[in-house]
Design a protein around this ligand. Structure first.
Ligand code: CUA
Length: 367
């Protein structure tokens, strides 16, 4: 039998300590960087409730931690090997029924106590809100979130615009073949400062409540691995005060502006409908609703009021003329989708400079 070495060479020990410390610091520093998605900084009641629960559990866990670690450190110090030890073992104890019952019952009681507020919190945050609330339908696509407001017949993408101080109930699902070549995979909607996270499941409807106490922009993301650009599937909740909310609804329910004839934007509008050269038209996936009777959703993000949003492409880039142009020129360079191999996302349309100019000019009119 091989003899186990009692001590490791010092160099080997150090070689593990250094990466461990580096890794630990990386985690600590990473936590500082992304305050926008800090679940420990709740901005509404549906984020406050789980935060309060975490606080209670963390305090209990801290007491247990200090107690257990304290006893370990005490034992290690008190019963350490001393210089004058003759190497004999102290009296060995086997089994102590009273102690064993004690340390089985205590954790069971702690868990039972924690279960009460946990179950309560789950039901309170999942139930339909008692007060007046607004429903928004959420559809997870690869790789962006679509929002539909049934009360106002508004379609939008990436930015979930909501009134401040009112519960919003999300009814969520993921795409299926009826709407898109994207067969639908799991996604998860998570705006950490406003609510917990909830999965979006093809063929099912899940719900999630959220509410913002203050106007502002709250960053979130897809929290369920959904393929190539999962990491680029962000979401933004935008809470508006009452006046801004009313204005937003009014703007969004209006049809898209039609650019004046003879302008560059009008040229872009024509290209949008028909690119020619056998290329797929923008209009075959997107919608810029111009007021006709049927405002049916399309497979790609609704562009009717594109410029009212501050971010696009899964809320990963700012809505600027420069970024729109870069996106149209080579979408995969901004958000890898590989449309050519899987038919999902935005294709590269092989646009020349004149076409890019015209299309961007048109998109800029969709306010
Ligand atoms: Cu959608 Cu990850």
């Amino acid at each position: 039998m091989r003899e186990h070495p009692t001590t490791r060479p010092a160099t080997r020990r150090r070689s593990r300590v250094v990466p461990s410390v580096l890794l630990a610091s990386a985690f600590v520093l990473a936590a500082c960087g992304d305050a926008e998605q800090n679940a420990l900084d709740p901005a509404g009641p549906y984020a406050q409730a789980p935060h309060d629960l975490i606080t209670i559990v963390a305090i209990i866990a801290l007491v247990v931690f200090v107690l257990v670690q304290g006893l370990i450190i005490y034992s290690v110090v008190k019963f350490r090997t001393r210089k004058d030890d003759d190497g004999s073992l102290p009296v060995q104890v086997h089994g102590n029924t009273r102690l064993e019952i004690f340390w089985t019952v205590i954790p069971a009681v702690i868990l039972a106590v924690i279960a009460v507020p946990t179950v309560q919190m789950i039901f309170e945050t999942m139930d339909e809100p008692d007060e007046e609330f607004m429903t928004v339908e959420v559809i997870g696509h690869r790789w962006w979130f679509e929002f539909y407001y049934p009360d106002h017949d508004i379609y939008t993408a990436n930015e979930l615009v909501i009134p401040t101080d009112m519960p919003v109930r999300l009814e969520m699902t993921a795409t299926d073949l009826a709407r898109s070549p994207d067969r639908g995979v799991l996604h998860s909607f998570w705006i950490p400062r406003l609510a917990g996270k909830q999965d979006l499941v093809p063929g099912q409807t899940t719900t999630l409540n959220l509410q913002a106490d203050e106007p502002g922009r709250y960053l979130g993301q897809c929290a369920e691995y959904c393929g190539l650009s999962h990491v680029n599937m962000r979401a933004r909740a935008v809470a508006l005060n009452d006046a801004d909310w009313d204005q937003w609804v009014e703007d969004q329910t209006a049809p898209a502006e039609i650019p004046d004839e003879g302008t560059l934007a009008a040229e872009g509008r024509a290209l949008y409908a028909d690119l020619g050269d056998g290329r797929q038209a923008c209009a075959s996936c997107h919608q810029a609703w111009e007021g006709d009777a049927n405002r049916a959703p399309n497979t790609g993000p609704d562009l009717t009021h594109l410029m009212s949003r501050e971010e696009f492409a899964g809320a990963i880039v700012d809505m600027t003329e420069e970024n729109l142009r870069a996106w149209l020129e080579d979408p995969d360079n901004i958000k890898p989708m590989q449309y050519e191999s899987n038919g999902i996302g935005m294709p590269n349309l092989d646009l020349n400079d004149d076409e890019l100019d015209a299309l961007v000019a048109y998109l800029l009119t969709l306010e």
